[in-house]
Design a protein around this ligand. Structure first.
Ligand code: PLP
Length: 399
């Protein structure tokens, strides 16, 4: 669907048509996003916020319009709750640092899940070293779902924050965020949602999810690299100290001390990526014009079809079989190393990802060093799922 909007999909690799199935790592960009970047530099480029001149005002209008668009896209109450970051990783680091400073004391507990991406584990381990907090992990079941019965018993009177992926970048599982958020709030815990893998595939409503913080990356939702978003509940952001110091985030600086800017600027030190914010807004408009119903339907049909084709391959094991999953299929083929599989498929023009997928605790959970992962986007086709299955059969016969 909308394949013609993505110029890179017309290229070949090794003389074969590109079959791009690494969308969970990053998505390709539609022409309108590429044009938005070029046009911004060609006709509206100027630093935002501080300028009184025409171009600066135009650039500022666009940047703030993008923020308002993202507010609507996420159903946040106020644009002051939308902080621009470099991506999901920076958003989570911001929370670990600033929330950690304001709300966490030695021996307080942060609860993670076994399916978290490293970017939702390592910032908490760094905080553990700095502040002596404790980390606990909610286990994942054999089918790749959060063990809800075990989750309840992971909360203790010291648990302050639950951090969870909305959708797993490996298993594809879409977690019951509302149910877990209600559980967390009943234990007086705040909730951070890593929405890097859900925002590209389903409508995300921060109020309906009941989360306190949520992060996503522009590049995974057809937008540019280097820009992402942190949503944070205003009353919590207000209580948190700045993450970084510099221009943009101050109200008044004197050598004796500084007062900070209002939200969200308090968390946006330095020149923001105002071209990126505009291009991200363009990408979100592209998604909205395409329509969630059509995107969800297409990706679900494609994932079901690809799963059936892969399941028919002898010795192939799929990890993550939850109902209603993201368009992600992680697998291994008996007797073939995942890196060999990925390399040989690449020679057929098929791009998949291999390795630990920045989720080594999850690899440990399944007792493997790595997996192959095919991940789909709106522009992938049934023929590409066939190409993957046929490519896998071909590689299998080499061993
Ligand atoms: N969280 C999840 C679930 C992801 O899949 C990823 C990227 O793969 C990230 C976080 C990190 O995103 P970024 O590298 O854009 O900050």
């Amino acid at each position: 669907m909308r394949r013609d909007d993505f110029p890179i999909l017309r290229r070949e690799v090794y003389g074969r048509p590109l079959v791009y199935l690494d969308n969970a790592a990053t998505t390709q960009k539609p022409q309108c996003v590429i044009d938005a970047i070029t046009e911004a530099y060609q006709s509206v480029n100027a630093n935002v916020h501080r300028g009184v001149h025409f171009l600066s005002q135009k650039a500022t209008e666009r940047h703030e319009a993008a923020r308002e668009h993202i507010r609507k896209f996420l159903h946040a109450r106020s644009a002051t709750e939308i902080v621009f970051t470099r991506g999901t990783t920076e958003a989570i680091n911001l929370i670990a640092t600033a929330y950690g400073e304001a709300f966490l004391r030695e021996d307080d507990e942060v609860l993670l899940t076994e399916m978290e991406h490293h970017s939702d584990i390592v910032p908490w381990q760094l905080l553990q070293q700095r502040k002596g907090i404790r980390l606990r992990m909610i286990p994942v079941t054999e089918t790749g779902e959060i063990d809800l019965a075990a989750a309840e018993s992971c909360f203790t009177p010291r648990t302050r924050l639950l951090c969870m992926a909305h959708a797993s970048n490996v298993l594809g599982t879409v977690n019951p965020v509302r149910q877990l958020a209600d559980m967390a709030h009943a234990h007086n815990c705040h909730v951070l949602v890593d929405a890097a893998q859900s925002v590209p595939h389903l409508p995300v409503d921060v109020q309906a999810l009941g989360c306190d913080f949520l992060a996503f990356s522009g590049h995974k939702v057809y937008g540019p690299t280097g820009i992402g978003v942190l949503y944070g509940r205003e009353d919590l952001l207000e209580q948190m100290p700045p993450y970084q110091g510099g221009g943009e985030m101050i109200a008044r600086v004197a050598l004796t001390g500084t007062t900070f800017a209002d939200l969200p600027y308090k968390f946006e030190a330095g020149t923001p990526d105002y071209v990126g914010s505009h291009a991200l807004s363009t990408a979100l408009s592209f998604v909205e014009e395409t329509g969630w119903e059509a995107i969800c339907r297409h990706e679900a049909v494609l994932t079901r079809y690809a799963t059936e084709r892969l399941q028919a391959i002898p010795g192939l094991r799929i990890y993550g079989t939850a109902a209603g999953k993201d368009p992600v299929i992680a697998f291994n083929v008996q007797g073939i190393h995942h890196l060999d599989l990925g390399t040989l498929l690449d020679r057929l023009g098929i791009a998949i990802r291999t390795g630990h997928h920045c989720a080594q605790p999850l690899m440990d959970r399944y007792g493997v060093e790595g997996m192959c992962r095919a991940s789909f986007a709106m522009y992938n086709t049934m023929e590409e799922a066939d190409a993957l299955a046929e490519g896998l059969e071909r590689v299998r016969k080499m061993f």
